[in-house]
Unconditional design. Sequence first.
Length: 324
Amino acid sequence: MSFDKLARLDLNLLVCLYILLDECSVTHAADRLHLSQSAVSKSLNRLREQFDDPLFIRSAYGIQPTQYALDLAPQLEALLFNIEQLTAPKTFVPTTSQRRFKMAVVENVYALFLPQFLGDIFTEAPNIILDNQSWDSETFERLRNGELDFGITGKDLNPQDAILTLMPPKGIHCYELCQDSQSCLVRKNHPLLKQTWDQDNYLRQRHIQVRSLKNDRWLLDYKLAEKGLTRDIAIYVPDFNNAANLCTHTDFVLTAPSHFARDIAAQLDLIILPLPTPLPLMAYTLFWHQNKDKDLGHNWLREIIIRRCKGLSVNESPSIILPR
C-alpha cells in the first residue's frame, strides 16, 4: 500500500467527484455541495490531474462522464460508504434514521416478500429509504464491495444443483426465507386443457423461457437433459411479468415459481397446471456480505426481514387449478 499517495489524496475531492457523477452538472453539484461553481470547477481540475483522465466531457445536456469515470463510480460509492460507516456513531436509532438501504431483488420478491416486512420497517423507521434494484449477474460482487446491503433471489437447495445455477462466492452469507416449487401457466381455453396433462404433452408444447442472469437454461432444463429430453423454447424474455402477459395471447406454456403463478393467474385469468416432471424445490434466499455483520442498522433490517418472512413455507404453495 502506498501511504505517500494516500496522504496526498483529498477526501473532499472524492466527495465532489461522487456528486458530479450523480448530477452530471457543475451547477447542480455546486448547489448540493454548498460551494461556488468556480470552486467545483477547480476541484474537477485537480481530480483530472489526480486520475490523469478528463473524467467529464461537455455536452448539450451538461457534462458527460468518460468511461474511466463510469468505471470509478461503483468503487467510489463503496469507498465513501465504508468511510461513512467508519466514522458513524456505533448506534442505530430507527425512529430518527434517514439511512438508505440498497437491495437487489428478483421481481417475484415484490409481491411475495415486500408486503410481509414493509409495514414493520416503516413503522419503526419512518424516514429511511429502501432503494430496490434488479438482481443481475453483478449482484454478488456489488454485495462484496459494499454497493448493496442485501440481495434476494431464488436458489436451488441441492448444492450440486446450485453449482449449475447460482452459487454464492466466499464471504456471502445467506438465510433461507421461503421454499417454492414450479408450476405451469397457460391461457384460458388453451387446447391442451382438453388433453391429458403429462410430461409428454408438456414437452410437445412450445414454451416461454425467462432468461436468468443471461443464462438460457434453468435447473429444469438441466434435469431434462439428464434424461435426454429438451423443451421447445419459442421465445425468451427478461422477466416473468411480461412472460405471463404473453401467455394470455399465445398457446405457449410458461413455467414459473408457484407463488408467482398464483398471484399472476388471478390478475390475468390464467390457468395453473402442475409441472408434470419431478423437480427439486428452490428457496428464496436473503444474501448479504459478512462485512455487514457488525453494522447495527443492517442487523436491524435483516432481523425484521427474517422474522416477518420465515412464517412463509412451501406448504403455502398455490392451489393447482386443473382443467375440467
